[in-house]
Design a protein around this ligand. Sequence first.
Ligand code: ATP
Ligand code: FE2
Length: 327
Amino acid sequence: MTGHIVGIEGTAHTAGVGIVGPDGRILSNIIDSYSPEEGGIHPREAADHHSDILPDMIDRAMKEADLDRTDLAAVAFSQGPGLGPCLRTAATAARALSVSMDIPLIGVNHCVAHLEVGDLTGATDPILLYVSGGNTQVIAFVNGRYRVFGETMDIGIGNMLDKFGSTLGIPFPAAPVLEAKARNGGELLPLPYSVKGMDVAFSGILTSAARLHEKGASIEDLSHSIQETAFAMLVEVTERALAHTGKEEVLLGGGVAQNARLVEMVDIMCRERGASHFVPPPPLLRDNGAMIAYTGLKMFNAGAFISIEESGILQRFRTEEVEVTWR
Ligand code: ATP
Ligand code: FE2
Protein backbone atom coordinates (compact mmCIF):
# COMPACT_ATOMS: atom_id res chain seq x y z
CA MET A 1 0.00 0.00 0.00
CA THR A 2 1.65 3.17 -1.13
CA GLY A 3 0.57 6.53 -2.44
CA HIS A 4 -1.24 7.77 0.66
CA ILE A 5 -1.16 11.43 1.59
CA VAL A 6 -1.23 12.76 5.13
CA GLY A 7 -2.56 16.28 5.69
CA ILE A 8 -1.73 18.44 8.69
CA GLU A 9 -3.95 21.40 9.58
CA GLY A 10 -3.18 24.11 12.10
CA THR A 11 -4.16 27.58 10.92
CA ALA A 12 -6.00 28.63 14.07
CA HIS A 13 -7.46 26.94 17.17
CA THR A 14 -7.91 23.55 15.51
CA ALA A 15 -5.23 20.92 14.98
CA GLY A 16 -6.10 18.25 12.43
CA VAL A 17 -4.48 15.21 10.85
CA GLY A 18 -6.14 13.43 7.95
CA ILE A 19 -5.11 10.69 5.56
CA VAL A 20 -6.42 10.01 2.07
CA GLY A 21 -5.74 7.00 -0.12
CA PRO A 22 -4.42 7.28 -3.70
CA ASP A 23 -8.07 7.24 -4.88
CA GLY A 24 -8.98 10.25 -2.70
CA ARG A 25 -10.90 8.23 -0.15
CA ILE A 26 -10.63 9.64 3.39
CA LEU A 27 -9.16 6.99 5.68
CA SER A 28 -8.86 9.08 8.83
CA ASN A 29 -9.61 12.59 9.99
CA ILE A 30 -8.60 13.39 13.57
CA ILE A 31 -9.57 16.81 14.88
CA ASP A 32 -8.68 18.42 18.19
CA SER A 33 -9.58 22.02 19.00
CA TYR A 34 -7.98 24.18 21.63
CA SER A 35 -10.60 26.01 23.66
CA PRO A 36 -9.46 28.93 25.75
CA GLU A 37 -10.46 29.08 29.42
CA GLU A 38 -12.00 32.46 28.69
CA GLY A 39 -12.12 35.06 25.97
CA GLY A 40 -11.01 34.51 22.39
CA ILE A 41 -8.18 32.53 20.86
CA HIS A 42 -4.69 33.14 22.22
CA PRO A 43 -2.44 32.22 19.26
CA ARG A 44 0.52 31.24 21.46
CA GLU A 45 -1.56 28.94 23.66
CA ALA A 46 -3.29 27.38 20.66
CA ALA A 47 0.14 26.74 19.11
CA ASP A 48 1.37 25.06 22.31
CA HIS A 49 -1.73 22.89 22.26
CA HIS A 50 -1.00 21.87 18.65
CA SER A 51 2.66 21.10 19.22
CA ASP A 52 1.78 18.99 22.29
CA ILE A 53 -0.70 16.81 20.46
CA LEU A 54 0.23 16.73 16.76
CA PRO A 55 2.79 13.88 17.00
CA ASP A 56 0.25 11.70 18.79
CA MET A 57 -2.49 12.72 16.35
CA ILE A 58 -0.29 11.59 13.44
CA ASP A 59 0.15 8.19 15.11
CA ARG A 60 -3.57 7.89 15.75
CA ALA A 61 -4.40 8.84 12.16
CA MET A 62 -1.95 6.21 10.85
CA LYS A 63 -3.45 3.57 13.12
CA GLU A 64 -7.01 4.44 12.18
CA ALA A 65 -6.11 4.21 8.47
CA ASP A 66 -4.29 0.95 9.23
CA LEU A 67 -1.09 2.16 7.58
CA ASP A 68 2.63 2.32 8.25
CA ARG A 69 4.57 5.49 7.70
CA THR A 70 6.21 3.74 4.72
CA ASP A 71 2.80 3.82 2.99
CA LEU A 72 2.94 7.61 2.82
CA ALA A 73 3.82 9.22 -0.51
CA ALA A 74 3.80 12.84 0.69
CA VAL A 75 2.92 15.13 3.55
CA ALA A 76 0.68 18.12 2.93
CA PHE A 77 0.20 20.95 5.41
CA SER A 78 -1.76 24.18 5.67
CA GLN A 79 0.87 26.77 4.77
CA GLY A 80 -1.51 29.72 5.32
CA PRO A 81 -3.40 31.93 5.82
CA GLY A 82 -3.70 31.90 9.58
CA LEU A 83 -2.17 32.73 12.92
CA GLY A 84 1.64 32.69 12.84
CA PRO A 85 2.38 30.58 15.92
CA CYS A 86 -0.25 27.97 14.96
CA LEU A 87 0.92 27.75 11.34
CA ARG A 88 4.49 27.30 12.52
CA THR A 89 3.67 24.23 14.62
CA ALA A 90 1.81 22.53 11.77
CA ALA A 91 4.66 23.34 9.37
CA THR A 92 7.24 22.02 11.83
CA ALA A 93 5.37 18.73 12.23
CA ALA A 94 5.06 18.41 8.45
CA ARG A 95 8.75 19.12 7.80
CA ALA A 96 9.81 16.61 10.45
CA LEU A 97 7.69 13.88 8.85
CA SER A 98 8.87 14.78 5.35
CA VAL A 99 12.53 14.64 6.35
CA SER A 100 12.29 11.50 8.48
CA MET A 101 10.38 9.54 5.81
CA ASP A 102 12.13 11.19 2.86
CA ILE A 103 8.83 12.07 1.17
CA PRO A 104 7.85 15.32 -0.57
CA LEU A 105 6.27 18.28 1.17
CA ILE A 106 3.16 20.00 -0.22
CA GLY A 107 2.10 23.47 0.91
CA VAL A 108 -1.68 23.86 0.79
CA ASN A 109 -3.70 27.07 0.88
CA HIS A 110 -6.25 26.54 3.65
CA CYS A 111 -9.10 28.42 1.92
CA VAL A 112 -8.58 26.49 -1.32
CA ALA A 113 -8.72 23.21 0.64
CA HIS A 114 -12.23 24.10 1.86
CA LEU A 115 -13.21 24.41 -1.80
CA GLU A 116 -11.38 21.36 -3.16
CA VAL A 117 -12.83 18.98 -0.58
CA GLY A 118 -16.29 19.92 -1.89
CA ASP A 119 -15.71 17.26 -4.59
CA LEU A 120 -16.63 14.68 -2.00
CA THR A 121 -20.11 16.17 -1.64
CA GLY A 122 -20.73 15.97 -5.38
CA ALA A 123 -20.03 19.63 -6.19
CA THR A 124 -18.15 19.98 -9.47
CA ASP A 125 -17.53 23.70 -10.05
CA PRO A 126 -19.05 25.62 -7.15
CA ILE A 127 -19.04 29.07 -5.69
CA LEU A 128 -17.67 28.50 -2.17
CA LEU A 129 -19.27 30.46 0.64
CA TYR A 130 -16.54 30.12 3.23
CA VAL A 131 -17.67 31.21 6.66
CA SER A 132 -15.53 30.49 9.70
CA GLY A 133 -14.28 32.31 12.77
CA GLY A 134 -11.51 34.22 11.04
CA ASN A 135 -12.56 34.00 7.40
CA THR A 136 -15.53 35.14 5.38
CA GLN A 137 -15.04 34.84 1.64
CA VAL A 138 -16.89 33.97 -1.54
CA ILE A 139 -14.45 32.06 -3.75
CA ALA A 140 -14.61 30.35 -7.14
CA PHE A 141 -12.25 28.89 -9.70
CA VAL A 142 -12.35 31.09 -12.80
CA ASN A 143 -9.89 31.42 -15.69
CA GLY A 144 -7.23 29.20 -14.17
CA ARG A 145 -7.20 30.79 -10.71
CA TYR A 146 -9.15 30.76 -7.49
CA ARG A 147 -10.67 34.20 -7.20
CA VAL A 148 -12.19 35.96 -4.24
CA PHE A 149 -15.44 37.54 -5.36
CA GLY A 150 -16.33 39.03 -2.04
CA GLU A 151 -15.07 39.03 1.50
CA THR A 152 -15.37 40.70 4.86
CA MET A 153 -13.76 44.09 5.14
CA ASP A 154 -13.37 43.75 8.90
CA ILE A 155 -13.93 40.66 11.07
CA GLY A 156 -14.97 37.12 10.16
CA ILE A 157 -18.62 36.23 10.70
CA GLY A 158 -17.79 33.60 13.34
CA ASN A 159 -15.66 36.07 15.28
CA MET A 160 -18.52 38.55 15.20
CA LEU A 161 -20.97 35.98 16.59
CA ASP A 162 -18.50 34.73 19.21
CA LYS A 163 -17.61 38.29 20.28
CA PHE A 164 -21.23 39.26 20.66
CA GLY A 165 -21.77 36.12 22.73
CA SER A 166 -18.80 36.87 24.92
CA THR A 167 -20.21 40.33 25.79
CA LEU A 168 -23.18 38.37 27.15
CA GLY A 169 -20.88 36.08 29.11
CA ILE A 170 -21.31 33.07 26.79
CA PRO A 171 -18.03 31.13 26.56
CA PHE A 172 -16.25 30.47 23.24
CA PRO A 173 -17.58 29.27 20.84
CA ALA A 174 -20.75 31.27 21.45
CA ALA A 175 -22.22 31.07 17.93
CA PRO A 176 -23.95 27.69 18.39
CA VAL A 177 -25.55 28.97 21.61
CA LEU A 178 -26.79 32.07 19.78
CA GLU A 179 -28.24 29.83 17.05
CA ALA A 180 -30.35 28.05 19.68
CA LYS A 181 -31.44 31.37 21.24
CA ALA A 182 -32.34 32.76 17.81
CA ARG A 183 -34.96 30.03 17.39
CA ASN A 184 -36.93 31.66 20.20
CA GLY A 185 -36.49 35.17 18.85
CA GLY A 186 -39.33 36.88 17.03
CA GLU A 187 -38.74 40.56 16.53
CA LEU A 188 -36.39 41.66 13.74
CA LEU A 189 -34.44 44.54 15.28
CA PRO A 190 -32.77 47.08 12.99
CA LEU A 191 -29.05 46.36 12.52
CA PRO A 192 -26.69 47.78 9.88
CA TYR A 193 -26.92 45.80 6.63
CA SER A 194 -23.48 46.43 5.23
CA VAL A 195 -22.80 45.22 1.68
CA LYS A 196 -20.48 47.31 -0.48
CA GLY A 197 -20.16 45.92 -3.96
CA MET A 198 -19.27 42.31 -3.29
CA ASP A 199 -17.83 42.88 0.18
CA VAL A 200 -19.45 42.75 3.59
CA ALA A 201 -18.69 44.18 7.03
CA PHE A 202 -19.81 42.95 10.42
CA SER A 203 -18.37 45.23 13.09
CA GLY A 204 -21.31 47.65 12.75
CA ILE A 205 -23.69 44.83 13.65
CA LEU A 206 -21.60 44.03 16.70
CA THR A 207 -21.64 47.64 17.95
CA SER A 208 -25.35 48.15 17.29
CA ALA A 209 -26.32 44.84 18.86
CA ALA A 210 -24.37 45.70 22.01
CA ARG A 211 -26.17 49.04 22.19
CA LEU A 212 -29.59 47.42 21.74
CA HIS A 213 -28.71 44.92 24.45
CA GLU A 214 -27.90 47.75 26.86
CA LYS A 215 -31.30 49.22 26.06
CA GLY A 216 -32.95 45.97 27.10
CA ALA A 217 -33.41 43.98 23.86
CA SER A 218 -33.64 40.25 24.59
CA ILE A 219 -30.83 37.86 23.71
CA GLU A 220 -33.32 35.83 21.68
CA ASP A 221 -34.44 38.76 19.52
CA LEU A 222 -30.87 39.98 19.15
CA SER A 223 -29.54 36.55 18.13
CA HIS A 224 -32.37 36.20 15.63
CA SER A 225 -31.77 39.69 14.22
CA ILE A 226 -28.01 39.30 13.97
CA GLN A 227 -28.36 35.99 12.12
CA GLU A 228 -31.05 37.25 9.75
CA THR A 229 -29.10 40.40 8.89
CA ALA A 230 -25.60 38.93 8.60
CA PHE A 231 -26.73 35.80 6.73
CA ALA A 232 -28.83 37.86 4.29
CA MET A 233 -25.70 39.87 3.48
CA LEU A 234 -23.78 36.65 2.79
CA VAL A 235 -26.54 35.18 0.67
CA GLU A 236 -26.79 38.39 -1.38
CA VAL A 237 -23.09 38.36 -2.22
CA THR A 238 -23.14 34.62 -2.98
CA GLU A 239 -26.09 35.07 -5.30
CA ARG A 240 -24.31 37.87 -7.11
CA ALA A 241 -21.24 35.65 -7.55
CA LEU A 242 -23.47 32.95 -9.09
CA ALA A 243 -24.99 35.48 -11.48
CA HIS A 244 -21.63 36.97 -12.38
CA THR A 245 -19.86 33.67 -13.08
CA GLY A 246 -22.80 31.74 -14.50
CA LYS A 247 -22.03 28.88 -12.11
CA GLU A 248 -24.86 26.74 -10.81
CA GLU A 249 -23.56 25.32 -7.53
CA VAL A 250 -22.97 26.74 -4.07
CA LEU A 251 -20.66 24.91 -1.68
CA LEU A 252 -20.57 25.78 2.00
CA GLY A 253 -17.36 25.68 4.01
CA GLY A 254 -16.19 26.74 7.47
CA GLY A 255 -17.57 26.14 10.95
CA VAL A 256 -20.36 28.74 10.67
CA ALA A 257 -21.92 26.64 7.90
CA GLN A 258 -23.02 24.26 10.67
CA ASN A 259 -25.75 26.84 11.28
CA ALA A 260 -29.09 25.45 10.10
CA ARG A 261 -30.61 28.87 9.45
CA LEU A 262 -27.73 29.88 7.18
CA VAL A 263 -28.05 26.64 5.25
CA GLU A 264 -31.80 27.20 4.95
CA MET A 265 -31.31 30.72 3.57
CA VAL A 266 -28.75 29.47 1.04
CA ASP A 267 -31.15 26.69 0.10
CA ILE A 268 -33.99 29.15 -0.55
CA MET A 269 -31.79 31.37 -2.72
CA CYS A 270 -30.47 28.42 -4.72
CA ARG A 271 -33.92 26.97 -5.29
CA GLU A 272 -35.20 30.32 -6.56
CA ARG A 273 -32.35 30.41 -9.09
CA GLY A 274 -32.43 26.73 -10.05
CA ALA A 275 -28.95 26.26 -8.55
CA SER A 276 -27.88 23.45 -6.22
CA HIS A 277 -26.07 23.66 -2.93
CA PHE A 278 -23.74 21.29 -1.11
CA VAL A 279 -22.99 21.11 2.60
CA PRO A 280 -20.11 18.86 3.69
CA PRO A 281 -20.55 16.92 6.94
CA PRO A 282 -19.28 18.83 10.02
CA PRO A 283 -15.85 17.07 10.16
CA LEU A 284 -15.14 18.34 6.62
CA LEU A 285 -16.83 21.70 7.17
CA ARG A 286 -14.78 22.84 10.12
CA ASP A 287 -11.00 23.06 9.94
CA ASN A 288 -9.61 19.56 9.42
CA GLY A 289 -6.63 17.62 8.12
CA ALA A 290 -8.59 15.51 5.62
CA MET A 291 -9.26 18.51 3.38
CA ILE A 292 -5.55 19.34 3.45
CA ALA A 293 -4.68 15.73 2.55
CA TYR A 294 -7.35 15.67 -0.17
CA THR A 295 -6.06 18.89 -1.77
CA GLY A 296 -2.52 17.60 -1.21
CA LEU A 297 -3.34 14.49 -3.26
CA LYS A 298 -4.41 16.61 -6.23
CA MET A 299 -1.25 18.69 -5.92
CA PHE A 300 0.84 15.53 -5.52
CA ASN A 301 -0.54 14.10 -8.77
CA ALA A 302 0.43 17.37 -10.48
CA GLY A 303 3.90 17.30 -8.93
CA ALA A 304 3.31 20.49 -6.95
CA PHE A 305 5.93 19.91 -4.25
CA ILE A 306 7.93 22.43 -2.29
CA SER A 307 11.40 22.19 -0.78
CA ILE A 308 12.08 22.72 2.92
CA GLU A 309 13.46 26.16 1.99
CA GLU A 310 10.15 27.03 0.33
CA SER A 311 8.05 25.73 3.19
CA GLY A 312 7.97 28.90 5.28
CA ILE A 313 4.51 29.77 6.55
CA LEU A 314 2.42 32.36 4.69
CA GLN A 315 0.33 34.15 7.29
CA ARG A 316 -1.41 36.24 4.63
CA PHE A 317 -1.50 33.60 1.89
CA ARG A 318 -4.06 35.07 -0.52
CA THR A 319 -6.39 32.77 -2.39
CA GLU A 320 -5.51 34.46 -5.70
CA GLU A 321 -1.79 33.80 -5.17
CA VAL A 322 -2.15 30.05 -5.47
CA GLU A 323 -0.42 28.68 -8.57
CA VAL A 324 -2.99 26.17 -9.76
CA THR A 325 -1.32 23.38 -11.70
CA TRP A 326 -3.72 20.57 -10.80
CA ARG A 327 -7.02 21.59 -12.37
P1 ATP B 1 -10.49 29.51 10.19
O1 ATP B 1 -9.08 29.32 10.68
O2 ATP B 1 -10.70 28.90 8.88
O3 ATP B 1 -10.98 30.91 10.30
P2 ATP B 1 -11.81 28.64 12.57
O4 ATP B 1 -10.62 28.51 13.42
O5 ATP B 1 -12.72 29.74 12.86
O6 ATP B 1 -11.43 28.61 11.07
P3 ATP B 1 -13.93 26.64 12.10
O7 ATP B 1 -14.05 25.35 12.82
O8 ATP B 1 -14.00 26.61 10.62
O9 ATP B 1 -12.60 27.25 12.67
O10 ATP B 1 -15.09 27.61 12.57
C1 ATP B 1 -15.30 27.94 13.91
C2 ATP B 1 -16.37 28.99 13.97
O11 ATP B 1 -17.65 28.40 13.65
C3 ATP B 1 -16.50 29.62 15.35
O12 ATP B 1 -16.59 31.03 15.21
C4 ATP B 1 -17.80 29.02 15.86
O13 ATP B 1 -18.46 29.84 16.79
C5 ATP B 1 -18.59 28.90 14.56
N1 ATP B 1 -19.73 27.99 14.67
C6 ATP B 1 -19.74 26.71 15.12
N2 ATP B 1 -21.01 26.23 15.14
C7 ATP B 1 -21.82 27.24 14.68
C8 ATP B 1 -23.22 27.39 14.48
N3 ATP B 1 -24.06 26.40 14.76
N4 ATP B 1 -23.67 28.57 14.00
C9 ATP B 1 -22.83 29.57 13.72
N5 ATP B 1 -21.50 29.50 13.89
C10 ATP B 1 -21.00 28.36 14.38
FE1 FE2 C 1 -11.05 27.17 7.79
